[in-house]
Unconditional design. Structure first.
Length: 432
């Protein structure tokens, strides 16, 4: 089953899990707006907790990795649910407020006056946690650092259990309908299952242990990390990436596999120091144990399915890493071009090796200076004119772009202006 089929299957399963909510809730006793509003609030409540469960599952890599290689598509589904599905979840407290004829503050105030209100307050806590997550993800994400956004996102681990805990003592359908209790029980089992997978991930039970063989700086701020397996190795295809923890308690970040040796399972990643995690990674000493998970990604997989397809690789800075092994391994079997944008020749990692492997089909672009060792060296950014100058008929190729988001979007726009079809432009999207 390919990744697209898997996605369609996932969406179908998600839809099926939502359907029971419309049938397990007691129908209104009278045909009044208040009764139908109350019925709608109950349906929205069950749909809401199922949405929350799916967001939790799709945001748990240990769960999605059991089924998907393309984690970027899973992240997109998770983000879509978080942005738009959460709005549907908010229907529940809104409709409850309307049906009870309460003030707009009813769903926000932690009332504890009665046992019923105490259990409602558990739902209020879940609602407030989701509201904070939604605001920081849908409205202010661009103003927050990744780390700050991530810490706020941890509230989702509280939102799901609080939402589940408030149902038994507040839901009338739960109290009277076996089907409602069974549905609720299945949701709880799902939450426990995904929670166990998350715990398994935190404890590194699902990861491969590697020993650091070498961790050296190869160009200013760019390091090469050689890893030898201490058990079963990860077997990546060219262009794929792994998630790496530099110690048992560290965060994990994605890195493209620069090179993989089938004979002994060793692999190499190349990384640029630009944040707290990579600052810590650069200090990892030879002989230390690290933890890896993967492989992931479908970035250049189309080339495995279509061996005759001529390819153009477009890299910005450290974005060269997904292309290195493929360029080195393809040889003359495929027409390959590389457009490599860097700050200066000194910052162009692997430039000499790639020039040799591509036999003249490499164009270097620098924001500072040019490379005097090659005639195909230019100053400035990649434009439509750059492609037509070197490629001629731009429609012949498939294009694979990896680098900063702004650079990838700019290249996409330039290729589109030349009439290149969108299905021939592929952009790398790592999954955090």
């Amino acid at each position: 089953m390919n990744e697209q089929t898997k996605r369609y299957f996932l969406y179908s399963v998600m839809a099926v899990t939502l359907l029971p909510a419309f049938f397990i809730v007691n129908q209104p006793f009278t045909n009044t707006v208040a009764q139908w509003t109350l019925w709608g609030s109950a349906v929205a409540g069950y749909i809401g907790v199922v949405f929350m469960l799916w967001m939790y599952a799709l945001g748990t890599r240990a769960a999605s990795a059991l089924f998907f290689v393309d984690q970027a598509s899973v992240l997109r589904a998770h983000s879509w649910l978080g942005k738009y599905g959460t709005l549907l979840i908010f229907l529940h407290p809104i409709l409850i407020t309307i049906s009870y004829s309460e003030s707009v503050l009813y769903s926000f105030l932690p009332l504890l006056s009665t046992e019923f209100e105490t259990h409602v307050t558990l739902g209020r806590i879940a609602f407030l946690a989701l509201l904070i997550i939604w605001v920081t993800s849908a409205l202010t994400r661009g103003k927050l650092s990744y780390r700050a956004w991530k810490y706020v996102h941890f509230l989702s681990y509280a939102a799901v259990p609080f939402a589940l805990l408030h149902i038994p003592d507040t839901g009338s359908s739960y109290a009277t309908e076996i089907a409602a209790r069974l549905y609720f029980f299945m949701i709880v089992l799902g939450f426990l299952f995904f929670g166990l997978l998350k715990a398994r991930d935190i404890l590194a039970f699902n990861k491969h242990r590697y020993r650091v063989m070498r961790n050296v700086e190869v160009t200013p701020g760019v390091f090469l990390l050689d890893l030898a397996p201490l058990g079963d190795p990860i077997v990546p295809m060219p262009g794929q990436y792994i998630f790496l923890k530099h110690d048992f308690l560290s965060e994990e970040h994605p890195f493209s596999v620069t090179q993989y040796d089938e004979s002994d399972g060793t692999l190499t990643v190349t990384y640029k120091v630009f944040g707290r995690y990579t600052e810590q990674l650069r200090r990892v000493v030879n002989g230390a144990a690290v933890y890896a998970m993967g492989p992931f990604g479908e970035f250049t997989s189309k080339l495995d399915e279509m061996p005759a397809t001529p390819a153009v690789y477009i890299a910005g800075g450290i974005g060269i890493t997904p292309f290195i092994e493929r360029i080195m391994s393809e040889g003359e079997e495929r027409e390959q071009w590389l457009f490599y944008a860097s700050k200066s020749p000194d910052n162009a990692t692997y430039s000499r090796q790639l020039q040799s492997a591509l036999n003249g089909k490499m164009v270097s672009l620098y924001s500072e200076g040019i490379d005097i060792h090659t005639t195909q060296s230019e100053r400035g950014r990649i434009t439509a004119a750059t492609f037509t100058k070197y490629l001629g008929d731009v429609q012949r190729y498939d294009y694979f772009v990896c680098g900063p988001v702004g650079m990838m979007d700019a290249v996409d726009a330039e290729l589109t202006s030349l009439g290149v079809s969108g299905h021939k432009i592929h952009k790398e999207e790592f999954s955090f």
